[in-house]
Design a protein around this ligand. Structure first.
Ligand SMILES: C[S@@+](CC[C@H](N)C(=O)[O-])C[C@H]1O[C@@H](n2cnc3c(N)ncnc32)[C@H](O)[C@@H]1O
Length: 210
């Protein structure tokens, strides 16, 4: 059992949420990384998905950095992440929140106060994903989308073992399970946006706040 405090974690095997580097995330993310973590084709796919999902208005980008990948920045974009310098460099962001979601899953926002939420190439670092997904659901208005995107690259010491030891297809199933076990969500959808292009694969899983 992965977590004694929440029965939902019984579905995941022992050690699923363990990481090679068990040290505080604040240490690992102290240095700003002003880099892109996926190639241009994958970044373009993320932007296309956000546009097609109509992610506009007041948006929360969790596990954010200096880029949020919108083709057109939303009217209001709150970037929540670990590194203040990265978030300050995010031109699309209109607000920033420093938060370690592996220590505190609470978000300091009112119920239903966002029109959408995103999490790009980062869901694999969460050790308490169900509480984070619950909390994102809480701050979204009914009908708002939470879109999670990911590729096949990661910081190997910080990724959960359940992700490190499985393939892309299983990663899609893992994230889908996070949505099923949290929320409330409705209309779960999965897309592989890799298509015929070369380079980094890109998968998206999203659902709407019920
Ligand atoms: C691979 S980067 C992706 C950044 C950005 N979303 C992007 O698309 O380029 C992983 C991000 O997850 C964030 N992150 C990692 N662990 C976190 C945690 N415990 N709480 C909140 N954010 C975290 C870091 O700040 C980092 O910017």
């Amino acid at each position: 059992m992965a977590d004694a405090g929440d029965d939902r974690y019984r579905r995941f095997p022992d050690g699923f949420f363990a990481r090679m580097d068990q040290g505080p995330d604040v240490d690992f993310y102290r240095e700003a990384r002003l880099v892109t973590h996926i190639d241009d084709g994958a970044i373009a796919s993320v932007g296309t998905i956000y546009r097609e999902l109509g992610l506009t208005g007041r948006i929360l980008d969790v596990m954010s950095s200096w880029v949020s990948h919108f083709e057109e920045p939303p009217r209001c974009l709150v970037a929540a992440g670990m590194n203040a310098r990265e978030l300050a460099a995010n031109d699309a962001a209109t607000g920033a929140l420093i938060v370690d979601l592996n220590r505190h899953q609470g978000l300091p926002f009112a119920d239903g106060s966002f029109d959408g939420a995103t999490c790009c190439v980062s869901v694999d670092y969460l050790v308490r994903p169900l509480e984070v997904f619950d909390e994102v659901a809480r701050v979204l208005r009914p009908g708002a989308v939470f879109c999670t995107t990911f590729s096949n690259r990661c910081f190997p010491t910080k990724v959960i073992q359940g992700w490190a030891q499985t393939d892309d297809r299983t990663h899609v199933a893992i994230v889908s399970e996070y949505y099923r076990l949290s929320g409330p969500w409705t209309g779960l959808e999965v897309v592989s946006a890799t298509g015929e292009r070369p380079g980094d694969p890109l998968y998206a899983v999203w659902a709407r706040r019920a």
